[in-house]
Design a protein around this ligand. Structure first.
Ligand SMILES: Nc1ncnc2c1ncn2[C@@H]1O[C@H](COP(=O)(O)OP(=O)(O)O)[C@@H](O)[C@H]1O
Ligand SMILES: [Mg+2]
Length: 256
């Protein structure tokens, strides 16, 4: 097996139920989800709202414990969050009182990395996401796309093996979203990591993913998956792109 087919994350029969206040019935949010994510793969998890995408990602992050099943990273069961996993959220989750540089360096600061080194690392990732010149800006001075670049740089700066992204471009306007998808794919080509990217957007999934896993809702489960072999950078008008988009939208409850 080549190095790139090493299994990085293995979800084995994950189920998650919640108690709903005032109701006797349990809410079955995830039902027997089994999934392997390979090292340095760009995996997209695509599904409608309520299909448990965020819950699944938070289980992988170690923030939520599954009711049943286990999650292994590098063949070891996870016991909680760890520095091997970096998160990028839809809501930017930046510190408004910190500059771009301080936000990106934050994870390194709490890990006690010396000042000179953390500035070097933070600047490297600020350059990588195209924010050079904005090191001293505050989040309120940035557009949505720029804030999300800070979020991506911050996640990369802690040097995790795994990047978990939960609809990171969901709050952006369409033009900025396209630009950010392109950037993210380029960044990942330059510095590969194992990515789990969650979205409810079919085009975004096909544009970004090496593989797209499709979930259905209530209870959330994996319905099907597609390997995407369209050459990158992908054109939204590529015939294979259009065929796959049609197929996925017919197979799912998702609207384009
Ligand atoms: N802590 C929680 N307590 C109760 N229900 C929850 C909790 N977290 C998520 N849910 C429920 O789980 C379902 C799936 O949620 P989510 O993972 O956010 O879906 P998605 O991200 O696919 O839209 C939703 O119906 C939501 O209300
Ligand atoms: Mg969600």
């Amino acid at each position: 097996m080549s190095e790139d087919r090493e299994v990085k994350i293995a979800c084995k029969g994950i189920s998650k139920t919640f108690h709903v206040p005032g109701q006797k019935k349990l809410l079955h949010v995830l039902n027997a989800v089994s999934l392997e994510v390979y090292k340095n793969e760009f995996l997209v998890i695509l599904g409608p709202g309520q299909s448990g995408k965020t819950v699944l990602l938070n289980c992988i992050a170690g923030l939520i414990e599954p009711t049943q099943g286990s999650i292994l990273i590098n063949n070891k069961p996870i016991t909680g969050p760890g520095p091997d996993r970096g998160m990028v959220f839809q809501r930017y989750a930046l510190f408004p009182w910190k500059t771009v540089l301080q936000n990106v360096a934050f994870g390194l600061t709490i890990r006690g990395v010396p000042l000179k080194q953390r500035m070097e690392v933070a600047r490297h990732y600020i350059d990588l996401v195209g924010l050079q010149g904005f090191e001293k800006s505050y989040p309120a001075e940035l557009s949505g796309g720029m804030k999300q670049r800070v979020g991506i740089a911050r996640a990369y700066a802690s040097d995790p093996d795994i990047l978990l992204m939960d609809e990171p471009f969901g709050a952006l306007d369409a033009q900025t979203r396209y630009a950010m998808e392109k950037e993210l794919r380029l960044i990942w080509e330059k510095e590969k990591r194992t990515v789990c990217f969650v979205t409810n957007n079919i085009e975004e999934a096909i544009y970004l993913g090496d593989r797209v896993v499709i979930m259905s809702a209530l209870p959330g489960r994996i319905k099907t998956e597609h390997n995407i072999t369209i050459p990158v950078p992908r054109a939204y008008t590529h015939p294979d792109f259009l065929t796959l988009r049609k197929q996925i939208s017919e197979d799912t409850d998702l609207v384009l």
